[in-house]
Design a protein around this ligand. Sequence first.
Ligand code: FES
Length: 189
Amino acid sequence: MKLSSGPVVPGEPRRIFFKAAAAAAIGGVLGLVPVLTGVWVWLDPVRRRTHSGAGAFLRVATLESLPADGVPRRFAVVAEKIDAWTRTPQTPVGAVYLRRTSDGTGPGKVTALNVVCPHAGCFVDYQASRTGYFCPCHNSTFAVNGAIDMPSSPSPRGLDELAVEIRGREIWVQFQNFQTGRADKVALS
Ligand code: FES
């Protein structure tokens, strides 16, 4: 028995073609969504290829470990380190000098200076005999507040001050390293 396909409507084949093409395109886009999402998630550690300490507030010390006598003391800064797909807990990421002064009421004021010399990246030492910091690499000197002490110092800027928060009895520092060899502070990621 022969089946009749009925009369052909003008333009019908073209409509069918465009419908099929549109369905294929939409299906293709929808199919790509989970693939692209998977790639994005897989690459996430690479996008965050940095330690969690860069620019983050980190717990550095307690008020008990920092007498309010105005004398700077050096503390290591540790943070969880994230390097692509590897997560290393509590890795040293730098060091700071903390200094606490007090008028006798409350915990007092705490300031933090990055130990890295802004000239070329050596670590400065606090020298009680000169009440200031000294860089052994090229003899830059800094006052106790971090300012350049002598005009002959090759460092283009004073020591880099970091933000501090007192949370209960804990001292938290917004730890950050900066580019060396320039007068302005440019944060490193
Ligand atoms: S690195 Fe400190 S003076 Fe050069």
